[in-house]
Design a protein around this ligand. Structure first.
Ligand code: AGP
Length: 364
């Protein structure tokens, strides 16, 4: 590869380190303080059309699908449009009902993932409006979509996606804010979100400075054969993405569950050899999440929390800076990218090219 490594040993580490800069890029030139909104040039969606959208369906694969899950929550919260994300690979095989009042959003780093492209082509054939949230400019999905927004993460070389995940979620926050301000989001809430977005690059740098501590933790947990990742509502897609990251790069089995579902089954797995990574934001679900930690501790489970304050029931807490509740998921996954990286390093894995995986799956 011809990209400058900038003193990093792997592209994964380089790309994790580039995130503050990348987020700055996706925000640049888009914020309109006067109307407390953002402008997304290529969206190709008039305000009247945006008001008529009754549902949003987001389609992507792997990490992009997880970014889409956070995106769907952001759109529901800020624009109050019912939204959900589905793996494009599933959607295209189930003869979905294509609804004219639904706006479809295809999300992809490469813009070449065959399952996503095939879903977009099928939707277009049936007359649906499809937007793209894509990183690679001029890629097949970007060309096929009716409009959309670029993610501006810059080139991502490591097979395992990190900075593009973060930037994609920020791009969804921009889309949600844009749609929200056309619909019912107040000026003051618009301003609150804009201020939160502006704080992100500095907060990402703060998180990256905790790398030595995360490295120690990764070494401590690297002997696990399997790990459980839990989160609730906003924290759940963060847990899913963190669990995917760990399994892709370290080959440790990891499973993500909503913390609310623990008592419906996964509690049976808890014992000292099965650590749990818990996403515990300081939001209206804090007490519920703490109760889940208690349940795990009562069964002698080891807990690593990612939280806004030290969690008493956890064996270790990675403390991350607090943003607006809606934007917290953007930050909470970042220490777990470093955790996956250092776990893989401790286990001697091929970090930039994990076995059996390709950066972009362009075939059936
Ligand atoms: C990322 O860590 C993965 N290698 C993978 O899940 C990826 O996100 C997926 O294949 C989709 O790729 P895309 O974003 O380029 O469409």
């Amino acid at each position: 590869e011809s990209y400058d490594m900038g003193g990093h040993d792997t592209y994964m580490h380089k790309e994790i380190a580039e995130q503050a800069e990348a987020v700055d890029r996706v925000l640049r030139g888009r914020i309109d303080d006067r109307f407390a909104t953002v402008h997304l040039g290529g969206l190709n969606l008039e305000p009247g059309e945006a008001r008529r959208v009754r549902r949003i369906k987001i389609l992507g694969c792997g990490t992009s699908y997880h970014a889409g899950q956070i995106g769907a929550q952001l759109i529901e919260e800020l624009a109050r449009i019912p939204s959900d994300a589905e793996p494009a690979s599933e959607f295209r095989y189930r003869n979905p009902v294509v609804d004219p009042d639904t706006l479809y959003v295809a999300v992809s780093q490469s813009g070449e993932t065959y399952d996503v492209l095939a879903a977009v082509q099928e939707l277009k054939r049936k007359g649906a409006r499809v937007l793209g949230v894509v990183n690679v400019v001029g890629s097949a999905i970007a060309r096929e979509a009716d409009g959309g927004t670029y993610v501006h993460a810059g080139p991502e070389v490591c097979v395992v996606s990190t900075k593009c995940f973060t930037n994609t979620v920020v791009a969804f926050a921009l889309l949600a804010l844009h749609l929200g301000r056309i619909r019912d989001l107040s000026v003051s809430d618009g301003k609150r979100i804009i201020e939160g977005l502006r704080r992100l690059p500095g907060q990402i740098d703060e998180i990256l400075k905790t790398e030595p501590e995360i490295k120690k933790l990764a070494r401590e947990y690297a002997d696990a054969k399997s790990m459980l990742f839990i989160g609730r509502v906003r924290g759940y897609p963060v847990a899913r993405e963190a669990s995917l990251k760990l399994k892709e790069v370290s080959y440790i089995h990891a499973e993500a569950y909503p913390a609310s579902e623990l008592k419906h089954g996964p509690l049976a797995l808890i014992e000292p050899a099965m650590p749990t990574v818990a996403i515990v934001p300081d939001d209206d679900l804090l007490e519920k999440n703490r109760a889940a930690l208690e349940e795990i501790k009562a069964r002698s489970g080891r807990i690593l929390a990612v939280a806004h304050q030290v969690q008493e029931k956890a064996d270790h807490t990675i403390v991350v800076p607090k943003n607006e509740d809606e934007l917290d998921p953007i930050l909470m996954g970042i220490p777990l990218q470093l955790f996956a990286y250092h776990t893989a390093l401790a286990l001697g894995r091929d970090i930039d090219k994990p076995r059996n995986l390709a950066k972009s799956v362009t075939v059936e």
